[in-house]
Design a protein. Structure first.
Length: 257
């Protein structure tokens, strides 16, 4: 499906199955299992992620983070495998702008993670290495997200310029992957980000009470964001899956030179 600028999918980060059911009922397109108290990409226990996947309809994509990047290849592979075993559609891994990332991507490409797909997450305030985009694609990543590590520094548009965001989206999509933007986003940011053509806009704090990402999700906040992100009226969640190229295509472990 060709992407139309001005449309995007709403990703809502949740901490438990109760929040997952709530955001699903309010129209979230992608449900992201994350522990906001454990870092930008904090991981939830596998049992909690399994419960989140089971709590929402099968047509809704569910992603899960494995924790902030460490550079430890063995630990990262173990975390990817454990999270993939929960039944999620997407496993998100942090991609740091340093020399440790390429070996991690090479190792990840060789993993057999069943039907799950890899998605890389770059942290804008820690540096964006655009050279990692083709490496992520070659390692089997079906998409890339741009997020922020230090939430106290502001939202993604405060950390990265419009030109940088535009380059990230266009380069990622040009490489055949879907592109997502996240990082302390609020409803006010949606009109300035939609024209860049992201496939996904990700939210946590902007969906919570008083905008605090560690607090519970507020239904009215979810509705406010959902109202300003156009809803695709094609057949239920199949439109979401079609918009994320490769997200549901067969994946096979492969050798990387």
């Amino acid at each position: 499906m060709e992407h139309v600028r001005g449309s995007a999918r709403l990703l809502a980060s949740v901490t438990n199955d109760r929040e997952a059911r709530l955001v699903a009922s309010l129209g979230a397109d992608v449900i992201d299992a994350k522990n906001p108290s454990a870092g930008a990409l904090g991981a939830l226990p596998a049992a909690t992620v399994t419960a989140i996947r089971a709590a929402v309809p099968a047509h809704i994509l569910v992603s899960a983070t494995i924790g902030d990047p460490t550079g430890d290849i063995a630990a990262t592979m173990d975390a990817i495998a454990r999270m993939a075993a929960t039944g999620v559609d997407i496993v998100k891994i942090g991609l740091e702008a340093n020399a440790s990332t390429a070996p991690i991507l090479q190792a990840a490409a060789k993993l057999d993670i069943g039907s799950a797909r890899l998605v890389g997450v770059m942290l804008a305030d820690k540096g964006i290495d655009f050279d990692l985009i083709p490496l992520a694609r070659d390692a089997g990543s079906v998409g890339l997200m741009l997020d922020t590590a230090d939430k106290a520094r502001g939202a993604l548009p405060d950390v990265a310029s419009r030109d940088t965001l535009d380059r990230f989206v266009s380069t990622t999509k040009g490489a055949g992957m879907f592109a997502g933007l996240a990082g302390s986003l609020r409803a006010v940011h949606v009109p300035q980000l939609l024209p860049l053509g992201p496939d996904i806009l990700g939210f946590r704090g902007g969906l919570c009470r008083q905008g605090e990402r560690a607090s519970e999700i507020d239904a009215d906040a979810v509705r406010a964001v959902r109202r300003i992100i156009p809803v695709c009226d094609a057949a239920q969640g199949e439109a979401c899956r079609a918009l994320l190229p490769g997200a549901m295509a067969p994946r096979q472990a492969k050798d990387v030179a």
